[in-house]
Design a binder for this molecule. Structure first.
Ligand code: ATP
Ligand code: MG
Length: 219
């Protein structure tokens, strides 16, 4: 009886975590089509799914072209982390930077930075996607990201994904030197995965077109 009650409470805590960690979709590794993404080493990802790297405070970097499953994998790992009651926070890079810019505008920057820095595992998804807006009197996104990652470095695990080349991070984030410093910290302890393969979105679009009997001229 007591066991059931405790289990129920635990499940409610897990659900609350999933609702508040920043995930907008629930992806799973079970739903991942490994055969489609052949270059991806399944054993490596399943090894990561034990989440040992979070305890080890290891950073994780996933790169690869658009649609190759980078976000899917991290969203699935985030869900597992919630199930283990790990304090995980998931955000897209643009949303993180926007949040901290908002903090600069209303004097809550430091408090917001501390909140992001506190997460046991922070996932910064889609570096390179979306326009980073910046006014002249504000620090660059590179500056903001550097501040955060420098606080977390060797203290807590951070994961990043990107579909732009590492050499383009400087241009995207607005400061080449700081972008290099971010990548340097990440390179020191990061598990690096590059997904060199086709886009699953493209695959789905082709399948749909085929199902409707539409011939894909571009293929
Ligand atoms: N191998 C796969 N098996 C099943 N679904 C997949 C697979 N790869 C990707 N998907 C699905 O395809 C869509 C695009 O994948 P995802 O968002 O993970 O790509 P991405 O690499 O993050 O792309 P981007 O660089 O544009 O952010 C998602 O809906 C995801 O669930
Ligand atoms: Mg993505």
């Amino acid at each position: 009886m007591f066991g059931d009650g405790a289990q129920h409470l635990r499940q409610r805590r897990v659900e609350r975590r999933i609702d508040t960690c920043g995930l907008r979709v629930r992806k799973t590794l079970e739903a991942f089509d490994w055969a489609f993404q052949k270059s991806l080493n399944r054993a490596v990802i399943e090894g990561l799914a034990t989440l040992g790297f979070i305890d080890e405070r290891e950073d994780l970097r996933i790169t690869g072209k658009t649609g190759t499953g980078k976000s899917h994998i991290l969203q699935a790992l985030a869900l597992r982390a919630c199930e283990r009651e790990i304090h995980v926070r998931y955000t897209r890079c643009v949303d993180l930077i926007e949040d901290l810019y908002a903090g600069l505008a209303d004097q809550t920057y430091e408090a917001r930075l501390r909140r992001w820095a506190r997460a046991e595992w922070l996932i910064i998804d889609d570096v390179g996607l979306g326009q980073l807006r910046r006014r002249d009197d504000e620090p660059t996104a590179a500056h903001i990201l550097f501040n955060l990652l420098d606080r977390r470095h060797e203290q807590a695990a951070t994961a990043l994904t990107s579909n732009i080349k590492l050499g383009e991070w400087g241009k995207y984030l607005g400061d080449a030197t700081l972008a290099a410093a971010i990548l340097d910290r990440l390179a020191m302890s990061s598990i690096r995965i590059d997904i060199d393969g086709p886009s699953y979105r493209d695959h789905l679009a082709k399948q749909r077109a085929k199902a409707r009997g539409i011939v894909d001229d571009a293929a």
